[in-house]
Design a protein around this ligand. Structure first.
Ligand SMILES: [Zn+2]
Length: 260
């Protein structure tokens, strides 16, 4: 069994603050990365117990969300920037997992919720439906026929994923109180649950359907600043909708991911 994990930093237990923890200049950034790495290791341990033979981990957090020195020996890391979708993912993988994710922008109580960029993007829609990284990336996996079988993060990230994959295996690391506060598990408890969750996720492969969104695609982005749209709108493949929103269209999600 070949397993592909897309990881982020915002969903780890104990991580609740952009400025103190998740931005690369944050005072506790290194600690936040360690917290996430040890959670990933526990998840991977569970996956291996459940029969995984190969585990790839894509570090999806902008400036990096993993401490390479601490990562599990059996993990192959996809790191560095730029990393363009589909990141090496192809039909040969058996399952796609979302580790440490956050809900989309504007989610009530969503811990560190944002859509791709907390600093620049106000909202996104795919084919008329509001969408964040969870739905979009699960749909990319689905476009290769790969099911998304696992999510970890706060309760709102899990609820968002269940809209697309109702029977997904989940581990809730914290319950959102606001965008920057939560009732969090202790990191050691989160690791225990992640290890168990990894093993259960392996059993669910085959029971969970790939999540797909039918082409063609129209992706609309609303920027926080009008200036950012001025720049985008210079491109021939970008249609400006109004002061803050622009649209792109394409026949594949990979194309959308590259151009959006
Ligand atoms: Zn992130």
């Amino acid at each position: 069994m070949r397993i592909f994990i897309l990881g982020d930093l915002e969903g780890a237990a104990g991580v609740v603050d952009f400025h103190q923890q998740t931005y690369s200049d944050a005072k506790y950034y290194e600690q936040a990365k360690r917290l996430a790495t040890l959670e990933v290791n526990a998840l991977v341990e569970g996956l291996l117990e459940g029969g995984a033979q190969e585990v790839w981990f894509l570090d999806g957090h902008g400036p990096g969300g993993i401490d390479y020195e601490l990562i599990h020996a059996e993990v192959q890391m996809i790191i560095g920037r730029p990393i363009l979708a589909p990141w090496g993912l192809d039909e040969s993988f058996d399952a796609f997992l979302l580790y440490g994710h956050h809900a989309m922008e504007n989610t009530e109580r969503g811990v560190l919720c944002h859509s791709w960029s907390s600093r620049t993007i106000a909202n996104c829609w795919l084919n008329g439906e509001v969408i964040g990284e969870i739905g979009f990336n699960a749909a990319i996996a689905g476009s290769f026929g790969i099911p998304t079988v696992f999510i970890s993060g706060d309760d709102t990230a899990i609820a968002e994923t269940q809209r697309y994959v109702p029977n997904i295996v989940s581990v809730m690391t914290k319950k959102g109180i606001s965008q920057t506060s939560a009732l969090s598990l202790a990191p050691v408890k989160a690791r225990e649950l992640l290890q168990v969750g990894g093993k259960i996720a392996m059993k669910k492969i085959g029971e969970i359907e790939p999540f797909t969104i039918d082409p063609p695609y129209e992706f609309i982005t609303e920027m926080r600043e009008e200036k950012a749209v001025d720049t985008k709108a210079k491109r021939a493949d970008v249609e400006r909708l109004d002061s803050h929103r622009y649209k792109i269209a394409g026949d594949t999600l990979i194309e959308i991911a590259h151009r959006r």
